[in-house]
Design a protein around this ligand. Structure first.
Ligand SMILES: Cc1cc2nc3c(=O)[nH]c(=O)nc-3n(C[C@H](O)[C@H](O)[C@H](O)COP(=O)(O)O)c2cc1C
Length: 218
């Protein structure tokens, strides 16, 4: 971002949150994205945006069938930490939740607003990220209110890791916060908490469950 450009307007773009599920050979893989939108209504086409470093992109390039689970306000936040802050290269993200196979794509078990089964058809190179254009093959109803990105930030108090297109550097995020309150950030999941004093010794991250030693003041 050029120094002279004010990035605040970008943070008024609204998003939802989604779990992308795909297969790495016969093992389920996937990640969290906030970038998903419907491109056409007739013969529905959707798009998601994936960082080139994310294993999910490698998997979808090899096996184009994937599932999008639409995260609701009732979805277990641990699903967001497991899928959004670790890589399927070295972690089994489904171990604690399980999955069902939907028409050739893995769907993590849990409360979701709905599921979409897609087939990737085109990959558009955007530098650090790739837009994956996909045809809708099937849908499954769910329930609950779709979780917006704003809800995730304000109610769950989660953050975006470096591979998310909407990642904000520490400098960018701190310029919009109050100066007299101390902020601590979990180095596992990115959860941020404000406090006027040190965090208590028995403080535990409400998102990923790691202890106080993982919180660094920012
Ligand atoms: C709230 C949130 C939003 C995210 N949005 C995206 C996104 O739109 N695109 C993307 O590539 N990564 C996004 N990420 C980051 C990936 O989920 C993360 O890098 C993940 O560890 C990739 O796992 P993988 O290597 O198994 O694919 C997001 C993460 C979070 C927590």
């Amino acid at each position: 971002m050029p120094e002279a450009m004010d990035s605040n307007a970008l943070y008024n773009i609204t998003y939802g949150l989604y779990v992308v599920g795909c297969y790495s050979d016969d093992k389920p893989a996937g990640c969290i994205v906030n970038t998903c939108f419907q491109v056409t209504s007739e013969n529905p086409t959707l798009a998601i945006c994936l960082n080139k470093k994310n294993y999910t992109l490698d998997c979808i390039k090899k096996n184009p069938k994937f599932c999008i689970s639409i995260i609701s306000e009732d979805t277990d936040p641990m699903i967001i930490s497991s899928f959004g802050f670790r890589s399927s290269r070295d972690a089994d993200k489904y171990a604690d939740f399980g999955y069902v196979d939907l028409d050739g794509a893995p769907a993590v078990k849990g409360n979701f607003c709905g599921r979409l089964v897609l087939d990737a058809t085109d990959f558009i190179d955007c530098g650090t990220h790739v837009i994956v254009i996909s045809k809708l093959k099937d849908t499954q109803d769910g329930s609950g209110a779709p979780m917006t990105y704003e809800y995730y930030h304000k109610v769950i108090k989660g953050s975006a890791p470096k591979n998310a297109p909407t990642y904000r550097s520490e400098q960018e995020s701190t310029t919009v916060t109050k100066k007299d309150v101390r902020r601590f950030k979990c180095d596992i999941c990115g959860y941020e908490v404000e406090s006027e004093t040190n965090l208590p010794d028995d403080f535990v991250c409400p998102i990923c469950g790691f202890d106080r030693s993982h919180f660094k003041e920012i």
